[in-house]
Design a protein around this ligand. Structure first.
Ligand code: 5GP
Ligand code: ZN
Length: 113
């Protein structure tokens, strides 16, 4: 399968890995939209968050808790940060392998663009 995040998770494509376990990897976005921009990505290929089911509850919880732990480790927790899931075309999804964005280090705007 020609999926860039499968290749990053399998180490076929290099990235700056910040965290890895048997379920997920976390690495720096290569076109950061904030001073800190990390992507939390499951090893398992799932195209969009529309494809998630009850069987994925633990995986999604693990992704969120990993993001909040990284936010603490990267000294973002106190000032604040944003977690983002983009879904499909109008949601701004470009890579069709689910991922959670962790953005921090600047003021975030609301409403989002
Ligand atoms: P999306 O728009 O799908 O929610 O986000 C995809 C993200 O993946 C974008 O922020 C983009 O910069 C990032 N990205 C795309 N290709 C690569 C890559 O090859 N390496 C890394 N580290 N990030 C990537
Ligand atoms: Zn994939």
């Amino acid at each position: 399968m020609d999926c860039i995040f499968c290749k990053i998770a399998n180490k076929e494509i290099p990235s700056t890995l910040l965290y890895e376990d048997e379920q997920i990897v976390a690495f720096n976005d290569n076109a950061p939209q904030a001073p800190t921009h990390v992507l939390i990505v499951p090893h398992h290929h799932i195209e969009t968050i529309n494809d998630l089911g009850k069987q994925d509850s633990a995986l999604i919880g693990h992704m969120i808790l990993t993001a909040t732990q990284l936010a603490k480790d990267l000294s973002l927790a106190e000032d604040g940060y944003r977690l983002v899931w983009n879904c499909n075309r109008q949601g701004g999804q470009a890579v069709y392998h689910i991922h959670l964005h962790l953005l921090g280090g600047r003021n975030m705007h609301w409403p989002p663009g």
